[in-house]
Each structure stands twice: as C-alpha cells, then as structure tokens.
Design a protein around this ligand. Structure first.
Ligand code: ZN
Ligand code: ZN
Length: 430
C-alpha cells in the first residue's frame, strides 16, 4: 500500500527479541519502570521527542513530518498478578509486591507486551519512512490499564502538554486466530465497575455457631443469590455480567470469623443496565445481611469504574475501510455486539474531544481452532477450551501476531497521515 511498511521485514527479528524480553519481565500496574525505560530509550533511538513519567510511569513520544492531522496511537504496558503456566521458554517467573503489600506472581496475561512491541515497531517504521507521511503522531505508552490508569495520564496535563490528537487509535490482542482483525461502530467494550463488599457477622468458636452470625454462610448466600441478577432481572439479549472474582474470610476451621469480603465485577453496555445491576447487587447484599441477622450494615464500595468504550462511526468506517483495502475483506470482521471486557482507552478521546477507534486482532495459532471459521467464532464466541486474556495459559503466537499488529497500527493511521504511495524522495532531512 505505502512505503510505511518499508524495512519492516528486516526489523522483525529484533521485535521478536524485544517481545520475548518484555514477556519474561512483566510489571504490575503503575510499576512499569523497566518497561517504560526500554520504551523511552527505543523511542529516543528512533528519533522521537520523548516525555517520561506521564501519569506515573507513562511514556509519550511525539514525531512530526510537516503539517497535517495529529494521530494518537496508544499501547498499555502493565502485566497481571497471575502465575504463568504457558511453559514457554520465555515464560515469566517474576514476582512483585502489589499495592496491598502482598508478594504476587506477575505475568503478561493480557498481552500488553504484544501492544508495546507492536507500537514500538510502528514508531520505528514511522521514523524510518518519514517521507511517506505528513502530520504528527503522538505515541502513548500508558501505565496501569488493568486498573484504569488512562485517567492518571489525562490528569497529568496530557491535553495541554502534547499536540492535540484529531483521532485516537488503540488495539488489543484477542483469543482469535492471528490474521483476524475487526471492531464495530459505537460501543465496542462494556462498562465495568469493581465493587468491594464487606459483610459483618459476629465471630466466635466454630463449635458454638449459635453464639455467632456466620459471615461465611452469609457470603455464600450472597454469591448464590447474585447469580439471579443477570439471569432473572435483566432482559434477555442485553449485555450484563456480574462476577464474584474474589472471596476472603476466616483463618482456621474452628473459628467463625467476624467479617467476609467479596470483590465483584459488574459489566454493562448502557447506563440504565449499569444502574440496574449496581442496584441489584446492593439490594441483595443488604437483604441477605438482614436475613442472616447481621448486627451491622454491609459496606459496598465502588473501587474502579471503566466507562463504555465507544467507537466513532465515521472514523471506524475509515479504519475498517483501510484494513479491507490492505488485508482484503476476508480477515476483517465487524463485531455483532460489544465484548464484555472493558478498557480505559476512552479516557483519551473524552479528554481531547476527539473521535476514537479501538479494534481487536487475533493472536493465536490457527491450529488451536480445529477449523472453526471466523463466522462461527463471531456467532458463537471463542470456545471455552481456548485460553483467553487473563488466563495463566494465554500465549499469543509472536509470528505473525507482532508483524500484523505493527501493520494494523500503520494501516489505521494512514488515512489521517496523508500517506503517499511509492517513494516520496523529497530529500527532507530526518
Ligand atoms: Zn486485561
Ligand atoms: Zn488488556
């Protein structure tokens, strides 16, 4: 299509090496010091203007090639507290101390190492082939996507300190065959709220439950009854999920503890369903506490909120058109509905008043799918035996995922960067 891709083949071995290094050295949210250091030094080496420490550990690179639109390209850098079980030769064996002071294993279980590698590949291509485009690119390597770090970048004066983007572009590697790429206009990722619920019982000896209010039994009743919120209260066909992902209570078999804690993830597609789900959770938590005879009202705290990630329809049509022109219609899909995962990427478009487009691309070997085609995957979802993001077994196939991830970023940006085909050769100094 254009010479934005010139030299990419020669760069791939180094990108694969970078990927293996990042994968073996994951860092928790807001602790991405090593990763940020690598990003900053690579960007500088490529000739980008670099700002470090944006919103904590964020790195922002700016590169201009004459007048033209400003395109924001974004990657996230954090890993997760997951013990890697992929068995890969470059698997992580790292641990770190989390925000609560606990030592935890760390893994790039969401594939953000793929995102960093692909964006560094794209920035290298943009720097090398500067004569092939016009405008300005702002490359954002943000911290802490997993806990909603984008607002920290925005609140660090992002809109004032860097060229204001005309479009914001972001991507995520997904548990679908490598080569597939797509998105949808409008909502593409769900809103997510994380709730921390503390249930208060009355502790005592395990041999005399009659003298206690057992918060373990209360927690079990809450977990069971929460399953009815989506199943019985939300209309069929609406995107809604309530998951209790963590439950903590007690220390020993013969001690009835005095409290129990639940961590709950609530996903929704619209503000109305979000309110309905949150109200349902609160009602059940309080109702079960009353039913248990608890002396004290439970505490319900919303600890994280991610808004719906919505794609601008016109910009999305432009990106999907560029993908189809470059890769053919076959691998390019339009999602029938938003996915239930969530993102903080919308914070950039919201802060800049700019349209944004966020797409998903495949990262897995075709062999894993036993001949399932793209249409079947879109219709029925990813089969449950295939490890997805956040699984200890999630293992993107570097070849061809990394090369394609670089190509998607460049292809999506191209319509805004007035890309010329063929050699420009205007002799501009780099
Ligand atoms: Zn994730
Ligand atoms: Zn992710």
């Amino acid at each position: 299509m254009t010479d934005l891709f010139a030299g990419l083949d020669d760069r791939l071995p180094a990108l694969h090496e970078l990927y293996r290094d990042l994968h073996a050295h994951p860092e928790l949210s807001f602790q991405e010091v090593r990763t940020a250091g690598i990003v900053a030094s690579r960007l500088r080496g490529q000739g980008w203007e670099v700002t470090e420490g944006v919103g904590g550990t964020g790195v922002v690179g700016v590169l201009s090639s004459g007048d033209g639109p400003v395109v924001l390209l974004r990657a996230d850098m954090d890993g997760l507290p997951v013990l890697e079980e992929t068995g890969l030769p470059y698997a992580s064996t790292r641990t770190a101390v989390d925000a609560a002071g606990n030592e935890v294993p760390v893994m790039h279980a969401c594939g953000h190492d793929v995102h960093v590698t692909c964006l560094l590949g794209a920035t290298a291509q943009l720097a090398r082939n500067r004569d092939a485009w016009q405008g300005t690119v702002v490359a954002v390597f943000q911290p802490a996507e997993e806990i909603g770090g984008a607002p920290a970048v925005v609140q660090d004066g992002f809109a004032e300190r860097f060229p204001r983007a005309d479009v914001c572009l972001g991507q995520h590697v997904s548990p679908i065959p490598a080569g597939a790429v797509g998105t949808r206009p409008g909502p593409v990722m769900a809103a997510a709220d994380t709730l921390r619920v503390r249930l208060f019982g009355r502790g005592g000896h395990g041999s005399r439950p009659e003298s206690t209010v057992d918060p373990v039994v209360l927690a079990a009743a809450v977990v069971t009854r929460l399953q009815s919120v989506v199943a019985r209260e939300v209309a069929a066909g609406s995107l809604a999920v309530v998951t209790v992902g963590a439950i903590h209570a007690g220390t020993k078999a013969n001690i009835i503890p005095s409290t129990a804690e639940l961590h709950i993830s609530v996903r929704s597609e619209t503000a109305a369903i979000r309110e309905q789900l949150l109200a349902g959770v609160r009602r059940i938590v309080h109702g079960e506490a009353v039913a248990a005879g608890a002396d004290r009202e439970p505490e319900v705290v919303v600890t994280e909120t991610f808004p719906v990630t919505a794609n601008d329809p016109a910009a999305t049509a432009t990106v999907l058109g560029a993908f189809t022109d470059t890769f053919g219609a076959g691998p390019v899909f339009t999602l029938p509905q938003p996915v239930t995962g969530s993102e903080d990427f919308a914070a950039f478009g919201a802060a800049l008043g700019a349209p944004s487009v966020y797409w998903l691309f495949g990262g897995l070997d075709h062999a894993a799918f036993d001949g399932l085609d793209q249409a079947a995957l879109l219709e029925n979802g990813v089969p449950s035996h295939i490890p997805s993001n956040h699984s200890p077994l999630f293992a993107p196939a570097p070849d061809p995922t990394i090369e394609l991830g670089v190509r998607y970023l460049l292809t999506a940006a191209a319509p805004w960067l007035a890309v010329r085909s063929g050699r420009a050769g205007d002799g501009r100094e780099d």
